[in-house]
Write a protein that binds this ligand. Structure first.
Ligand SMILES: [Zn+2]
Ligand SMILES: [Zn+2]
Length: 178
């Protein structure tokens, strides 16, 4: 499996560099070991060699996930709706600190439908436990992000629909009571 840990394994002979931000060593939010700097293409990914989780900076996430907008047809999205199995359990406990600012991060289902729980600092980036980034990448490549937009639109339409229905009902009532 092409995960980030194996990637580092392949580069074992290269010099390890401890990840730092603002002059502070970045620690793994889960095991508190210093993170080491790795790369995918030219993008920095900070890795914990103990738990194999990774830290992805806020601006790098889109590039790393190779997000292409509006490249999915309605057909593909309805396939996604039928076939996609959300991943993992919804862990909700155990808030952990951001490796950069050390504030507690919030836990989030990545993109609402992926089922991949990640820890997120809205200012600095996202922590992915081992294997989760690959799951998110799969979700995105199958059209997850486009599917979310479709769901938002559908929800909006449903709400508009029920609002219109209520208004017609009350108008109807008022006309009857005249
Ligand atoms: Zn760790
Ligand atoms: Zn932070």
């Amino acid at each position: 499996m092409n995960n980030f840990y194996n990637l580092v394994d392949a580069q074992k002979k290269t010099v390890r560099r401890v990840a730092q931000r603002k002059g502070q060593t970045m620690l793994c939010p889960k095991c508190r070991k210093p993170l080491v700097v790795t790369f995918e293409r030219d993008i920095v990914v900070d890795l914990c060699e103990q738990c194999h989780g990774i830290w992805v900076g806020r601006v790098d996430e889109k590039r790393l996930l190779n997000v292409k907008v509006e490249s999915f047809s309605m057909d593909e999205l309805s396939q996604f709706r039928k076939a996609y199995q959300p991943w993992g359990r919804m862990e909700t406990s155990g808030y952990v600190p951001c490796p950069v600012c050390r504030e507690l991060m919030y836990r989030k289902n990545w993109g609402s439908y992926s089922g991949v729980m990640v820890d997120k600092c809205s200012e600095h980036g996202t922590w992915y436990d081992e294997g989760k980034f690959e799951k998110v990448r799969e979700y995105v490549s199958l059209g997850g992000i486009e599917y979310e937009k479709l769901r938002v639109m559908e929800k909006g339409l449903e709400e508009l629909d029920s609002r219109l229905y209520k208004e017609v009902k009350s108008l109807d009532g008022r006309l009857r009571n005249r």
